[in-house]
Design a protein around this ligand. Structure first.
Ligand SMILES: *Cc1c(COP(=O)(O)O)cnc(C)c1O
Length: 226
């Protein structure tokens, strides 16, 4: 099936309320455009440089797309990220949040962000520990940052062969999301729960994801050598 067909098939299968963010890493502008012409609205990038290049290549078309930073954001790339992205999904520390807010203030912007949760507590993964005490403190401090708006949570989850292995992690992330909603910290909203990728998006949606991030199922297997 073509990229357009893959996208449309998944779009029809999942609820309208779930946003599809296409993971653009390693894809060509032609591939991204094919998806956009089929109706894709949101693209995620892992690297600032990749997003920059894609914006250039897509020209006018780039303005139709909501762009998400889904990879780790280095401090020295924040200024660029602020004008390339509509949302940064990978804020994982107060330090990072403050750095973003400070630069957003200088740029005259308020940046929407999600907090990334390291739901498996994996040493090699970025993200905040999946612990309500930690999150409460973080969120209370982030609420004070005037040039940043926390609007959701994002998680990757441990990668395993079986999507069912992800279910307890997604469930736990959803519980944190709901606890934060209940906490109702002024200045913080919990609208988006970004979890689930090609192998696990169905399980993620069953567990409450409002946003899934898809690469392989839409574009096909990745080749890193082009
Ligand atoms: C690549 C990537 C995805 C999508 O991965 P697929 O398995 O190709 O669907 C989702 N989220 C992040 C953060 C990614 O880097």
């Amino acid at each position: 099936m073509s990229i357009a067909e893959n996208y449309l098939k998944i779009r029809r299968e999942i609820p309208d309320t779930v946003t599809i963010v296409l993971a653009g890493k390693t894809r060509t502008p032609q591939e991204i455009l094919e998806a956009v012409e089929a109706g894709a609205t949101d693209i995620g990038h892992n690297y600032v440089q990749e997003a920059e290049q894609m914006c250039r290549d897509l020209g006018e078309q780039a303005n139709r797309i909501t762009r998400h930073m889904i990879g780790p954001l280095q401090t020295n790339k924040i200024n660029k990220a602020l004008h390339l992205f509509d949302v940064i999904q990978t804020v994982d520390s107060l330090e990072k949040a403050r750095a973003i807010s400070l630069r957003a203030e200088k740029a005259g912007k308020t940046m929407p962000v999600y907090i990334e949760i390291n739901i498996g507590n994996e040493a090699a993964k970025s993200g905040v520990a999946p612990d309500m005490g930690t999150l409460e403190v973080l969120v209370a401090e982030m609420a004070k940052l005037k040039h940043m708006q926390v609007t959701g949570l994002m998680t990757m989850g441990p990668l395993t062969g079986d999507p069912e292995d992800s279910r307890p992690h997604f469930r736990k992330t959803r519980q944190l999301f709901e606890s934060l909603q209940t906490l109702a910290v002024p200045g913080i909203t919990m609208e988006t729960l970004s979890m689930g990728m090609s192998d696990s998006y169905r399980v993620a949606i069953e567990e409450g994801a409002t946003m899934v991030r898809l690469g392989t199922v839409v574009f096909g297997a990745r080749s890193y050598n082009r």
